[in-house]
Design a protein around this ligand. Structure first.
Ligand code: SAH
Length: 347
């Protein structure tokens, strides 16, 4: 019999499972507390549960827990990159960063990615599978356990497209914010998307309070089509309309990611086009990132990041340059997984 993934269950689901096993409903609450607050990694640790019930739990459920396959710690700022391995052998990357306002964790939502952005290492070997809610949650739990640091904010900006794994990501957010569990306010969560328009609208209607980051990287259809295939499905005008809707519904400003690539999107004309595109939906925020160089492409970091920022600011946009953390362990996102020991993609 296939054991069920208990860490992916909401409190109500757990109560239903427990009752089905012939136990009292309150045992579900006790179990939920062991899993999500005390962070038990084995049912045997649940000392206030009857021995026979623990046996039934072991027969029917498993507790998701990835192992740390690699860990890189920056000597410059303590940024820590984890390569986690799940029980089926698949891997994902998770990055812990420290800021003045606390520790922030960047988690993955899929193994690989279908989106095909030309500058991104995570998508080069294609898509393997979605991550379960428990696999997203356990990236946080395992990182807190290993580092001894508390995760105060979260970004869904690791490997994968969160809006392409919508149901699992929404369930993960429910678990993350549950009062009886991790109890993180979704105001401390940012979700990054390449622009799956219908899902942005759906998310807006859900009014979760999370911050939406949109990976824009180019301001016109012609330029965006060349680097982000998703734009051929949902064009720039539709995307900006959906962003406007998100702001109207939630009152949360959109953050636009813009990775500056030398000779591709760092010229004055592009800055002007970007101002023209985003001014109508201001207030919003533009996050400029010097592109991370990956070996499959000739893309180089732009030397004009400050200049570009200044043009945007003069044009009335709120633009900042993302602080580089962990420069000494700065393999671009997705490269650690691809280079892992038994990955056939390894070169
Ligand atoms: N699929 C989601 C989230 C994962 S990617 C999305 O597209 O937003 C996280 C962010 O890193 C995105 O903004 C993505 O465009 C950016 N990114 C990917 N490869 C990059 C690279 N080589 N340099 C800089 N940013 C990159």
């Amino acid at each position: 019999m296939n054991k069920k993934d208990i860490l992916s269950m909401t409190l109500a689901e757990l109560e239903a499972e427990v009752t089905a096993l012939g136990e009292k409903k309150f045992r579900g609450g006790q179990l939920y507390d062991w899993l999500h607050v005390k962070r038990a990694t084995a049912f045997a640790e649940c000392s206030n549960l009857p021995k026979l019930f623990i046996d039934r739990l072991n027969e029917n459920f498993f507790i998701m827990r990835p192992t740390v396959e690699r860990k890189l710690v920056s000597k410059l700022d303590g940024t820590t990159k984890y390569l986690y391995k799940f029980p089926d052998g698949e891997r994902c990357e998770t990055v812990l960063m420290s800021y003045k306002h606390g520790n922030s964790l960047c988690i993955s939502t899929q193994v690989g990615c279908k989106m095909g952005c030309s500058f991104c290492a995570s998508t080069k070997a294609g898509y393997v599978r979605d991550l379960a809610p428990s696999e997203m949650l356990s990236q946080i739990y395992e990182t807190e356990r290993d580092s001894g640091r508390k995760v105060e904010s979260l970004v869904l900006m690791g490997i994968g497209e969160p809006l392409d794994n919508f149901a699992n990501v929404m369930k993960f957010l429910t678990l993350l914010s549950s009062e009886k569990g991790m109890n993180m306010s979704l105001r401390h969560v940012s979700l990054s998307t390449c622009g799956i328009v219908p899902r942005i609208r759906e998310l807006a209607d859900m009014k979760t309070g999370l911050t939406l980051s949109v990976s824009l990287h180019a301001p016109t259809d012609e330029k965006r089509n060349a680097i982000m295939p998703i734009n051929k499905r949902y064009d720039t005008a539709e995307l900006i309309d959906a962003c406007k809707y998100y702001f109207e519904q939630t009152g949360r400003r959109i953050s636009f990611e813009f990775a500056l690539i030398a000779g591709v999107n760092d010229d004055t004309q592009t800055a002007k086009e970007l101002i023209r595109l985003l001014r109508p939906i201001s207030p919003c925020h533009v996050n400029l990132i010097p592109v991370n160089e990956i070996r499959e492409r000739e893309y180089r970091k732009s030397a004009k990041v400050r200049e570009f920022q200044q043009k945007l600011t003069e044009g009335g946009l709120n633009a900042t340059v993302r602080r580089t953390l962990g420069a000494d362990i700065s393999a671009a996102c997705g490269q650690l997984r691809r280079d892992s020991a038994d990955n056939p993609e390894k070169k």
